[in-house]
Write a protein that binds this ligand. Structure first.
Ligand SMILES: Nc1ncnc2c1ncn2[C@@H]1O[C@H](COP(=O)(O)OP(=O)(O)OP(=O)(O)O)[C@@H](O)[C@H]1O
Length: 230
C-alpha cells in the first residue's frame, strides 16, 4: 500500500515536472531544443513507468483464495474441534475437569450433549481403525451404555492442535504430565477422551456427531481479553 502510494506520487510528480519543463521550453527554446526536451521527458516518464510496472502487474494477479470454511470453522483461523469424553472418563468423574481445562485456556464451548452412540456411529467414527485387532472392543466400549459419551464442540484459534496438546498422546504412557491423559490415565484402551487430529477430521466428526442446529454461534463478552493481537 505504502509502495503504491509512493509510486503514484512519483508518477504524478514526473508528469507535473515534465509538463512544466516542456511549457517553459516552448516559450523560450527553438523547435529542435523543444523536441529534445519532450524526448527527455518521454524517456524519464518511461523509466518511472517501468519502475511502476511491477505494481501494475500485481494488480493483475488473481485474488488470493478465500480461506477454507467448514463445520470446523476457518482453517488456520477460528477453528472448531470435536472433543468426546469417553465412557471411562465419564465413569471416573472427569467431565468437569475436561471442560475446565478447555475453558481456562480460553476456548469456547459451542455444542455439548450426552449420548450413547449407536453402533453405526461408533463404527463410522473409528472407521479408519477397522482392520485393527482392538476395533471390536473399542466399538463395544464406546457403545455399551454403561455411561454415555459427552460429545462437545470447542471453538477458538488453533483449537484443533491445542486440543490435542491438552489431551496428550494416544497412549497414556507416552502422554506428558500436565495433559489429561498424562495426568489421569494409564491404558491406551481406556484413555478417557478423544479429540480431532486435523481440520479435515474435525469437519467430518462434527458433522457425524452434531446436527448444524446443535452447534451455537455466540461471542464471548470478554473476547478482546482473550483473542486480541493488538
Ligand atoms: N493398541 C490399542 N489397544 C486398544 N485400544 C487402542 C489401541 N490403539 C488405539 N486404541 C483406541 O483407539 C482410539 C483411536 O486410536 P487412534 O490411533 O485414532 O488415536 P487417537 O486419535 O489419539 O485417539 P482418539 O481418536 O480416541 O482421540 C484410541 O484413543 C484408543 O481408545
Amino acid at each position: 500500500m505504502l509502495f503504491t502510494r509512493m509510486a503514484t506520487t512519483l508518477r504524478s510528480g514526473v508528469r507535473f515536472a515534465s509538463t512544466r519543463t516542456a511549457g517553459a521550453a516552448a516559450r523560450a527554446a527553438p523547435i529542435g531544443v523543444m523536441a529534445g526536451v519532450a524526448g527527455l521527458a518521454a524517456v524519464s516518464y518511461g523509466v518511472i513507468s517501468s519502475v511502476s510496472n511491477p505494481i501494475h502487474n500485481d494488480a493483475k494477479k488473481p485474488a488470493p483464495e478465500a480461506p477454507l470454511k467448514t463445520a470446523a470453522g476457518v482453517k488456520g483461523g477460528v477453528e472448531r474441534t470435536f472433543i468426546a469424553i469417553k465412557p471411562d472418563g465419564v465413569q471416573r468423574g472427569m467431565i468437569s475437569e475436561v471442560i475446565h481445562r478447555f475453558e481456562r485456556k480460553g476456548y469456547k464451548l459451542v455444542a455439548i450433549k450426552a449420548i450413547v452412540p449407536p453402533k453405526a456411529l461408533a463404527e463410522e467414527h473409528y472407521g479408519d481403525l477397522k482392520a485393527r485387532p482392538f476395533y471390536p472392543g473399542l466399538v463395544s466400549y464406546m457403545t455399551s451404555g454403561k455411561a454415555p459419551v459427552i460429545a462437545m464442540v470447542w471453538e477458538g484459534v488453533d483449537v484443533i492442535r491445542q486440543g490435542r496438546r491438552i489431551i496428550g498422546a494416544t497412549n497414556p504412557l507416552d502422554a506428558e504430565p500436565g495433559s489429561i491423559r498424562g495426568d489421569y490415565t494409564i491404558s491406551v484402551g481406556r484413555n478417557a477422551i478423544h479429540g480431532s487430529d486435523s481440520f479435515e477430521s474435525a469437519t467430518i466428526e462434527i458433522g457425524l456427531w452434531f446436527k448444524p442446529e446443535e452447534v451455537y454461534n455466540w461471542q464471548f463478552a470478554h473476547a478482546e481479553w482473550i483473542e486480541s493481537k493488538n
